[in-house]
Design a protein around this ligand. Structure first.
Ligand code: 5AD
Ligand code: FES
Length: 377
């Protein structure tokens, strides 16, 4: 509660901390984070400046590339927000061939990207598991063990995660989407295939295997309040993750959540909130890797660069073969639908330099946090 005392005609506000005080702290309460996420005008600027300074101080001005290969849009799940959900019959399903995937990874290697991310819809068949395993080994081989490999292939059994890890994958992305179980079930079907607890178990099993673990949330979801987002930030801190990717929720007309589009903040509002989440996270977890999510660019053409400026340090240029890109539309207005990899690289280079950053070519760019976490064990 804000306490207002009248004293000799002056009004003192007590109980409301100033943004200036909060950004100088090292620990943050839920109330502090809410204050940061609601900052406007000069306060918002203070938040961005503090996050930018923290980023430069702790992780420097290098930005790392992860070449993203969305190798299949076949998915067994039905998340209520996602354009490639199983029940969306409008999507033409594809599976890139091994040769196509390896050619994209070869491009990444030749261009000194450092790492690739293999992402797909979620499947758990032995054929799928063997295929990913084979791909990981081939990518290691084609790059003389130089390319770092991140997988983003959903929930799997611990033994599958272990197998992929032993074959050479060393990072895994699995977003929690929302750390609040009630909200989670508002955006996912409430059934065992979409269990919140299972998602948590997967995140801890990934960590046990030795992966650098990345997770994240969507920002501006229907039913989501600022308090949920502040709790999400504290969740990320508690889970002690190494990497975070989070971006604005963007409605897709062929999904059930589209029915709630009128409840949403404007796209610009969601974009702005996503930037504040990134800035607040940089203050809360200074040494992790934070990705400038592609969804930012679906709202603002220079959205990812804005995120790099105020806290993010990883970007995922899309290397998916162009023919497949239009079928990997998780949300509306997904950018770079027809830019080939070469164009994408040139365009990104220019944009990143404009944002005052420098590209860490040829480096894995592991999170400092992971190095610190593993050195202690
Ligand atoms: N809007 C924004 N992000 C989305 N994702 C899926 N659907 C949407 C959407 N409609 C994100 C999810 C998922 C990641 C691969 O893409 O967070 O984990
Ligand atoms: Fe494919 Fe959510 S719809 S994992």
């Amino acid at each position: 509660m804000d306490l207002v005392f009248l004293n000799l005609g002056f009004v003192y506000l007590r109980g409301v901390k100033k943004v200036q005080e909060i950004v100088a702290q090292e620990m943050f309460s839920k109330a502090d984070l809410i204050r940061l996420l609601e900052a406007e005008g000069d306060d918002r600027q203070l938040l961005f400046e503090a996050a930018q300074a923290k980023k430069l101080e702790v992780v420097g001005k290098k930005v790392f590339f992860r070449g993203l290969v969305e190798f299949s849009n076949i998915c067994s799940k039905d998340c209520l927000y996602c354009g490639i959900r199983k029940s969306n019959e409008k999507v033409v399903r594809y599976e890139a061939s091994d040769d196509e995937i390896l050619a994209a990874c070869h491009f990444a290697w030749e261009n000194h990207f450092g790492s690739v991310v293999l992402q797909s819809g979620e499947l758990s068949s032995p054929v799928f598991i063997n295929r990913v395993d084979r791909l990981v080994k081939s990518i290691k081989r084609l790059s003389n063990d130089e390319l770092g490999i991140t997988l983003s292939c959903g929930e799997q059994k611990p033994e599958t995660y272990q197998r992929w890890f032993e074959s050479g994958a060393h990072r895994y992305l699995l977003r929690i989407e929302s750390s609040n179980a009630d909200l989670y079930y508002k955006i996912h079907p409430n059934n065992p295939l979409h269990s919140f607890d299972k998602r948590l178990e997967c995140l801890s099993s990934l960590k046990e295997c030795g992966y650098q673990v990345g997770t994240g949330v969507m920002i501006g979801l229907p039913f989501q309040e600022t308090g949920h987002l502040a709790e999400d930030l504290l969740f990320l801190k508690k889970l002690d993750v190494d990497m975070v990717g989070m971006g604005p929720y963007i409605e897709h007309e062929d999904t059930p959540l589209y029915a709630y589009r009128r409840q949403l903040a404007s796209k610009q509002g969601r974009f702005d909130l996503a930037l504040k989440m990134i800035a607040a996270l940089r203050l809360l977890m200074p040494d992790i890797n934070i990705a400038a999510a592609t969804a930012l660019q679906a709202i603002d053409p220079v959205g990812r660069e804005k995120a790099l400026k105020i806290g993010a340090n990883v970007i995922m240029p899309n290397l998916t073969p162009c023919d497949f890109r239009k079928e990997y539309q998780l949300y509306e207005d997904k950018p770079c639908l027809d830019e080939d990899a070469e164009l994408c690289r040139n365009c990104l280079e220019a944009r990143i330099e404009m944002a005052g950053s420098e590209i860490g070519y040829g480096e894995w760019g592991d999170s400092k946090h992971f190095k610190g976490r593993t050195a202690q064990n």
